[in-house]
Design a binder for this molecule. Structure first.
Ligand SMILES: Cc1ncc(COP(=O)(O)O)c(C=O)c1O
Length: 377
């Protein structure tokens, strides 16, 4: 096929100057071990397929009608599990869309938006798209977040928690501190991976979602997604939780852009997923267990693995040759993510796979190490 020639003369300068986000690749080879985009290795609840089939089979003619614009059933189901009012819940086409609406709703002000220098790489893209002034606050040497570093006037703060790609968790105490020190700013906690995060006190494990703070702090907005812990990246459903006033701003923005972001199938499938709490708990625990065994195996291979609270690990091979390791793995059909960026270019972000996938990765890494030893003899 000849190369497509793009003529940009009719484009607006805005379109010309964008630097779009580049998602992790989705290759379609057989026998690929895909550990690069933090999808869940397990299928979604069987109830999801049943609910979607019901819409298709029994109510096919309903597809000629528009879906519920405010996704009331889904928002109601989410409100119930978090013990919130439906007015405190917003849903959108993936949390990426929810985040885009967040940028447009809250951060277009003279005061800057603050975000960690190493975080989800879509934030700078949204900042550029919406003309938001983004100031990056460096993570500490150990990649942790120091809330005191955020003490400056701002329109908002956005933090992925657990952070991506490090997997490190910010405590609820630190989130409280940010919210109370910035009462005239919106504190957005992007909890794409929070369902895999727990803290341990003695034998007791507790969950750490900032959703538990939103009745106390009307400036905290929490975003989450169905893409990771609910195995529904392909359905595109994300949500936000916050005060009714913050949610109303998002709803106004949505209805000035696309009134129907969630189709009927997505609404039905996502609602069924929320209602199947047993399946959700089972899958979440399985991924957490697999993360722990993957961390242990990588540590045995002398990788420096950051303590992950997500469904991926961020790990540095002992030689720091992450890029070479990623290329060698790729030759064997194993894809992990390498970011060629300052401070993190010696690390690999590896999605937690099934036990078999993790084993394939570890076996490949052991073979690489053995070959390297042979080469240096
Ligand atoms: C930190 C973070 N936030 C948001 C998203 C977007 O998730 P989605 O649009 O699939 O809901 C991702 C996806 O990888 C992510 O890593």
């Amino acid at each position: 096929m000849s190369e497509l020639k793009i003529d940009t003369r009719l484009w607006s300068s805005k379109a010309r100057n964008l630097s779009p986000y580049v998602p992790g690749e989705q290759p379609k080879h057989d026998n690929l071990c895909k550990l690069n985009t933090n999808e869940n290795p397990f299928p979604p609840s069987p109830k999801v397929g049943e609910a979607i089939a019901k819409v298709l089979e029994q109510q096919a003619s309903d597809l000629r009608l528009y879906p519920a614009p405010e996704s009331d059933d889904l928002r109601g189901a989410l409100a119930k599990i978090y013990d919130l009012d439906t007015s405190q819940v917003f849903v959108g086409n993936g949390s990426d869309e929810v985040l885009a609406l967040v940028f447009a709703s809250f951060f277009l002000k003279e005061r800057p938006l603050l975000a960690p220098d190493i975080s989800y790489s879509f934030y700078p893209v949204y900042a550029q798209t919406f003309g938001v002034h983004l100031v990056k606050i460096p993570l500490e040497e150990d990649f942790s977040i120091d809330p005191d570093a955020y003490r400056q006037p701002c329109s908002g703060i956005i933090i992925a928690n657990p952070n991506a790609p490090t997997g490190l968790l910010l405590s609820l105490a630190d989130i409280r501190k940010l919210a109370s020190e910035h009462t005239n700013a919106v504190i957005v906690i992007d909890e794409a991976y929070i369902d895999f995060a727990m803290t341990k006190e003695g034998d007791k494990e507790t969950q750490v979602s900032a959703v538990s703070l939103i009745n106390e702090y009307d400036n905290i907005l929490v975003t989450q997604t169905f893409s990771k812990s609910r195995s529904l990246a392909g359905l595109r459903v994300g949500m936000a939780f916050g005060s009714a006033s913050l949610i109303e701003a998002l709803t106004r923005m949505k209805n000035s852009f696309n009134s129907f972001p969630l189709d009927k199938l997505a609404q039905a499938g996502a609602t069924a997923s929320v209602l199947d709490t047993d399946y959700f708990e089972q899958m979440r625990e399985q991924v957490i267990d697999l993360r722990q065994s993957l961390t242990a195996e990588l540590t045995t291979l002398d990788y420096n693995v950051l303590p992950s609270h997500a469904n991926f690990v961020f790990a540095r091979p002992k030689e720091g040759n992450a890029s070479a390791v990623a290329s060698a793995l790729r030759e064997q059909g194993i894809i992990v993510r390498h970011f060629n960026k300052p401070r993190i270019n010696e690390y690999l972000r590896i999605t937690v796979g099934t036990a078999e996938q993790n084993q394939r990765l570890i076996t490949a890494l052991k073979a690489l190490e053995a070959n390297a030893e042979v080469a240096t003899i």
